[in-house]
Design a protein around this ligand. Structure first.
Ligand SMILES: C[S@@+](CC[C@H](N)C(=O)[O-])C[C@H]1O[C@@H](n2cnc3c(N)ncnc32)[C@H](O)[C@@H]1O
Length: 232
């Protein structure tokens, strides 16, 4: 597809570490993600073996692979070929045949087939600056049928600008010391300095503007948010 010269380069902003096979091989141990409560949430919202689910920024597939046995079809979209190689390998070993890996991005994924019933994204949207985030949210909406659900989890700042130093310093102070145990203070500092987490009070109007009703917003801490959104 021809793209204008000003178009955003998604792999170039996907986080260099996410493109590195050595980092990807150790990713799951570092991320320590349990997908079960997110899957249970989507099942409560109607996800079943007839549903099509698109996971944007699926990474190594922790959520997509857990969801596949409960879905009709899963598409795992990611800007990193290394992440998708790992995901495909895991899907093969698990014997899953209803999961497609799309080497693509929020801004470039084109959905084929019946519109999706569910979209999911965890800790990926912050790789896009706000201008692109709003376009990405429109593209997520375009993959879904009316009434379809988008469950978005990300690093989102729900504090006031005057509290930024206190909140960010406190977040870094609570980080584990060893990289194998999770995201260290240095990792989190890189996130704040180089990535694009948005204030909740800016992101929420963007989500609405993209064609979603926010049914539920949760703020597990001042730096994380989870949104259950319904496509209008
Ligand atoms: C922190 S990881 C999260 C992976 C997974 N969702 C999880 O929760 O473990 C962020 C993922 O987003 C992907 N990513 C970054 N920018 C992206 C974009 N514009 N479109 C799609 N995926 C992107 C990265 O390659 C990486 O796999």
């Amino acid at each position: 597809m021809n793209r204008p010269p000003w178009f955003f380069d998604e792999p170039a902003h996907a986080g260099a570490e996410h493109l590195d096979p050595a980092y990807v091989a150790a990713y799951d141990r570092k991320a320590q993600t349990d997908p079960s409560s997110d899957l249970a949430r989507l099942q409560r919202l109607g996800l079943d073996d007839t549903s099509t689910l698109v996971d944007f920024g699926a990474g190594t597939g922790t959520f997509a692979l857990a969801a596949a046995p409960a879905c009709g079809r899963v598409v795992a979209v990611d800007a990193s070929a290394a992440m998708l190689d790992m995901l495909r390998d895991r899907a093969r070993r698990m014997g899953l045949i209803n999961i497609d890996a799309a080497h693509s991005g929020f801004l470039t994924y084109t959905h084929q087939g019946a519109p999706a019933d569910f979209a999911y994204s965890r800790n990926a949207l912050h790789h896009l600056p706000d201008f692109w985030k709003s376009l990405a949210l429109e593209r997520v909406a375009a993959t879904l049928r009316p009434g379809g659900i988008f469950y978005l989890r990300d690093l989102v700042y729900s504090f006031a600008p005057e509290d930024a130093s206190r909140v960010i310093d406190g977040w870094l102070a609570r980080a584990p010391a060893r990289p194998e145990e999770g995201y260290t203070a240095a990792d989190l500092a890189t996130h704040v300095r180089e990535e694009y987490s948005t204030y909740s009070w800016l992101l929420e109007p963007m989500i609405a503007r993209a064609g979603f009703e926010i049914r539920d917003a949760e703020y597990p801490s001042a730096v994380f948010a989870a949104y259950t959104c319904v496509r209008r």
